[in-house]
Design a protein around this ligand. Structure first.
Ligand SMILES: [Zn+2]
Length: 286
């Protein structure tokens, strides 16, 4: 599953290669890829034609292409294996090509949505007054958003009776933080994943947000990370960052700070990686 940095890498690629181009036509090769567009594949293709693509936008892991002079946007669901590729027309069709978008210009490239497992897709939605597709209007800002409100986030943490990793993955509080980056930021902040959020002081919250941003920016700097070999960016290159990870996937390996063997615990159908010495489990109260 791509995380925020991977999605941002794709967004930047689309901004460079697709923004401000006018759609000539769209071709849906597999109806499942537009199943979230309830009016069907023909309607989807018809509605895109003739519209100019605005600046590709992102919130958390959600990515969309606004259609200029409309109040509509194409939302991309990358799912587990979805890829948005910008390819020259003559590049042979990918085996799992689901949607092809051609443009009314002479640049010689087209946008392709390729998805082996077809969990992803594209769908067209009305946008809210601030430009979000309506179906994601409830998603909180992400920590790389200049308008993210650190103080409001801290106060929300204090009010909630939850634990810190659950809060970091709660898209209504903060978006775009997935399992990998949560473990990395918590290791850097020396916080155990089950620490109650009500116990966090303002300086601790500020420090943690700083680590979340550092981890994401580091991943962005190398073009995104992924453990899914199917992940490729908009030009088809794989982005790997795993050698730089300090916590995720390091069970049994020495903590890079104190050399204590790292541990893995099952957590909400996933895993949490942590250092038992640097990230002490909270004492059980009650
Ligand atoms: Zn340690």
């Amino acid at each position: 599953m791509p995380e925020l940095p991977e999605v941002e890498v794709v967004r930047r690629g689309l901004e460079r290669w697709v923004a401000h181009r006018t759609v000539a036509d769209a071709e849906v090769l597999h109806p499942r890829a537009v199943r979230r567009h309830l009016a069907g594949p023909d309607d989807f293709a018809h509605r895109l034609g003739g519209h100019r693509v605005g600046t590709p936008s992102r919130r958390g892991k959600y990515l969309w292409l606004p259609l200029e002079d409309t109040d509509q946007a194409v939302l991309a669901h990358l799912g587990m294996s979805g890829q948005l590729l910008v390819q020259p027309h003559e590049t042979p069709t990918e085996k799992h090509l689901r949607i092809r978008v051609r443009f009314a210009d002479a640049l010689g490239t087209e946008l392709r949505f390729v998805d082996q497992r077809t969990f992803g897709g594209l769908s067209l939605h009305e946008t809210t007054p601030d430009g979000l597709p309506d179906v994601i209007a409830h998603i909180a800002r992400d920590p790389l958003d200049p308008l993210f409100d650190d103080e409001a986030f801290h106060l929300a943490l204090r009010r909630r009776r939850t634990t810190i990793k659950r809060a970091l993955l709660d898209q209504s509080l903060i978006s775009g933080v997935g399992n990998i980056y949560a473990d990395e930021a918590l290791w850097r902040a020396r916080l155990h994943y089950e620490r109650p959020t009500a116990s966090l002081t303002r300086p601790r919250t500020t420090e943690l947000l700083g680590h979340v941003r550092d981890v994401m920016n580091a991943a962005l700097a190398v073009g995104g990370t992924s453990f899914d070999s199917l992940y490729v960016n908009v030009n088809g290159e794989s982005g790997y960052f795993d050698r730089s990870l300090d916590a995720y996937g390091r069970e049994g390996l020495p903590c890079r700070r104190c050399a204590t063997p790292m541990r893995r615990r099952p957590w909400m159908n996933r895993s949490s990686y942590f250092c038992p010495k640097c990230q002490r489990a909270p004492r059980v109260t009650q």
